[in-house]
Design a protein around this ligand. Structure first.
Ligand SMILES: [Zn+2]
Length: 295
C-alpha cells in the first residue's frame, strides 16, 4: 500500500516536473517571438553608434537601386542568367530591330562558355552586369567565396568585352547590407534589384509575362526577366511593342541611374517611412530576399 502510494507520488512529481519544463519551453518560445529582432543591422552598429548606422543606411541607399526617380518615360529592361546559346542571340536580334538598349546580368560560367554572345551584346550597346559565377545565395556565403564569385565573373566579362562591369545583381536579390558595402567599396559596383517582376522563371506563358510587365512598369522602372526561358523571349516582341506604344523609352541601367533626379518630398501620412508606395519609382531599399526567389 505504502509502496503503491510512493510510486504514485513519484509519478506525480515527475509529471509536474515535465509540465514545468514544457511551460518553461513555451515561455522561451513566446518571449523569442515577442522580443523585436533587429532589422538586418549588425548588433555592434545598432546598439552603440546610431549616427554611424544612419550614415551607413544613407550610403547604402545610394548604391542600391530597385528603380530610379527620373523625369521622363525611361525604363531599363534587364535580362538575367544568360547568355543562352540559342535564346540570347534571338533577343539581341529583336532588341536591335527596336533600337533598344538593355542590360544583361550574366552568369560567369555561361560567359566562359559563350563569350562571343556577351561580346556581341556589348558591341551592340547593351550593358553587361555581374550576376555571380554560378548563381549561389550571397547572403549565406563567406566573404571569401562571394569575393571569388564576383572576381571570376568580373574577369570573364572583361575578357569577353574588354570592359569591367560596374553593376551587380545578386542572385535571388539576396545580399546582406554588409556585403553591399564591401562589394561597393572593393569593386565599385552598384547593387541593382528591380521593381517589376513578371515571375517568368515560373514559366507562366508569354501572355502572362507580357501582361505583368505592362501592368507594373512605370517611369524609372527596372524590369527583371530571364533570357534563358523560351516563353520570355516569345513574350518580348509584343511586350516591347506595347511599352513603346505607351511612350516608354529604353535605356541601360547605368544610363537610368545617371538620369536620377531628387525625389521631391510629398505630403503624406508621416508614420510609414519604410516602404515607399510601389507606384512611385524611387531609389528604394532592398526587397526581402525571402519575398521572392526571382533574380
Ligand atoms: Zn538569376
Amino acid at each position: 500500500m505504502l509502496r503503491n502510494w510512493r510510486s504514485l507520488l513519484h509519478t506525480r512529481v515527475r509529471f509536474c516536473l515535465a509540465l514545468m519544463s514544457i511551460y518553461r519551453l513555451l515561455f522561451v518560445c513566446v518571449a523569442t517571438l515577442i522580443v523585436p529582432t533587429p532589422l538586418r543591422a549588425e548588433p555592434a552598429v545598432q546598439t552603440q553608434e546610431v549616427p554611424r548606422e544612419t550614415q551607413a543606411r544613407a550610403k547604402e541607399s545610394a548604391i542600391t537601386f530597385s528603380s530610379v526617380h527620373v523625369n521622363g518615360p525611361y525604363v531599363a529592361m534587364t535580362f538575367d542568367d544568360g547568355p543562352s546559346a540559342t535564346l540570347t542571340p534571338k533577343l539581341l536580334d529583336l532588341l536591335a530591330a527596336h533600337h533598344i538598349k538593355a542590360t544583361f546580368f550574366v552568369i560567369g560560367e555561361n560567359v566562359a562558355e559563350h563569350p562571343e554572345i556577351v561580346a556581341r551584346a556589348a558591341r551592340e550597346g547593351h550593358e553587361i552586369g555581374n550576376h555571380s559565377w554560378s548563381h549561389p545565395n550571397f547572403a549565406k556565403m563567406s566573404q571569401e567565396n562571394v569575393r571569388s564569385q564576383m572576381q571570376r565573373t568580373d574577369d570573364a566579362i572583361k575578357s569577353a568585352t574588354g570592359k569591367r562591369p560596374t553593376l551587380l545583381r545578386p542572385p535571388y536579390g539576396s545580399i546582406t547590407d554588409r556585403e553591399k558595402r564591401w562589394i561597393h567599396a572593393e569593386f565599385g559596383y552598384d547593387i541593382i534589384l528591380w521593381d517589376v517582376d513578371p515571375l517568368d522563371w515560373k514559366r507562366p506563358g508569354p501572355a502572362v509575362v507580357r501582361n505583368r510587365i505592362l501592368k507594373e512598369t512605370r517611369p524609372g522602372s527596372i524590369v527583371l526577366s530571364h533570357d534563358i526561358h523560351p516563353g520570355t523571349i516569345q513574350a518580348m516582341p509584343s511586350t516591347l511593342d506595347e511599352l513603346e506604344a505607351k511612350g516608354f523609352k529604353f535605356v541601360t541601367v547605368s544610363e537610368l541611374i545617371d538620369m536620377a533626379t531628387p525625389v521631391t518630398p510629398r505630403p503624406s501620412p508621416q508614420t510609414d517611412q519604410k516602404a515607399p508606395p510601389k507606384a512611385i519609382p524611387v531609389v528604394s531599399p532592398t526587397p526581402s530576399p525571402t519575398s521572392s526567389i526571382s533574380g
